[in-house]
Design a protein around this ligand. Structure first.
Ligand SMILES: Nc1ncnc2c1ncn2[C@@H]1O[C@H](COP(=O)(O)OP(=O)(O)O)[C@@H](O)[C@H]1O
Ligand SMILES: [Mg+2]
Length: 258
């Protein structure tokens, strides 16, 4: 099962990604959790002690990129190995925690027009490998821009989730994501409405989502906000209701994934 979670900043992508990843691990799935967001806090949301680990995204590991992509002097000139072997990267750099292997891959560097920077190539190649070649369940926490997903990678994603909250801005982002997803061949985009406080809010979200299917909604949750306040994982102390909702997300993606 390969799940990508996207949406506007602050809507709850990282929270929901960590709940899904930790729940899959509880269900004995082998899980790879990927942080591909500039706002890189998936590790702490999973409950990893970030003071204990010096977490650096793969896209910033210059020596590794050089090792994989080609000789140093070529790097500035766009001359790279086209298909570097990246299959060892998850094992070499992931951090295990409570049944989840965590890997920070980083984000696309926005270079000049037509930038073919080695770090970007490497990141795309790595994500392609992770989505298409890995056997375990993969959860990717990522930003709303989809630059790091190639058409080939997109094909391997079973559940492409965009998180929205009550508010038109996050819905605008979702509609944009849906358009970009279509451009790279992702047919089906699911929405999760998060931080919902009333029927009215849910109804307004439903009405605005156009043809994006609403998978489920997650109410505003005091266990989630308290966990963040204390700096612990929301997956350590979820309400029973929340666990059931996460189970329903997993089930729906399992059934409908292609
Ligand atoms: N259902 C919820 N109820 C209460 N607070 C939530 C809920 N979902 C997320 N939050 C809080 O909202 C903030 C942003 O969540 P986060 O997962 O970091 O968003 P994103 O990854 O999309 O930027 C955090 O403080 C988180 O604890
Ligand atoms: Mg986040």
């Amino acid at each position: 099962m390969k799940i990508a979670v996207t949406g506007k900043g602050g809507v709850g992508k990282t929270t929901i990604s960590s709940l899904i990843a930790r729940r899959l691990a509880e269900k004995d799935y082998k899980v790879l959790a990927i942080d591909a967001d500039a706002d890189a806090n998936f590790a702490s949301a999973l409950g990893i002690d970030i003071k204990e680990h010096n977490i650096q995204p793969i896209s910033k590991m210059d020596e590794l990129i050089e090792e994989k992509m080609g000789a140093g002097e070529n790097l500035g000139q766009g001359l790279y190995t086209l298909n570097p072997f990246v299959g060892d990267v998850p094992e070499r750099f992931s951090i295990p925690h409570k049944g989840v292997d965590f890997l920070a891959v980083g984000t696309i560097t926005k270079g000049g027009a037509g930038c073919y920077c080695a770090d970007n190539k490497m990141l795309k190649r790595l994500l392609n490998h992770i989505v298409l070649q890995r056997q375990e369940a993969v959860i990717i926490d990522m930003e709303a821009g989809l630059e790091h997903l190639s058409r080939g990678t997109a094909k391997g994603i079973d559940g492409f989730i965009v998180v929205v909250e009550p508010g038109q801005r996050s819905i605008e982002t979702a509609l944009n994501v849906k358009k970009m997803a279509g451009d790279i061949g992702i047919q089906k985009v699911y929405a999760i409405a998060n931080k919902v406080r009333s029927e009215e809010e849910l109804r307004l979200i439903e009405e605005s989502l156009e043809d994006i299917e609403l998978l489920t909604h997650i109410p505003y949750s005091s266990s989630i906000s308290t966990a963040d306040l204390k700096g612990v994982s929301p997956a350590d102390t979820p309400e029973e209701e929340l666990v059931l909702t996460v189970d329903s997300i997993i089930e729906k993606i399992n059934v409908r994934g292609n």
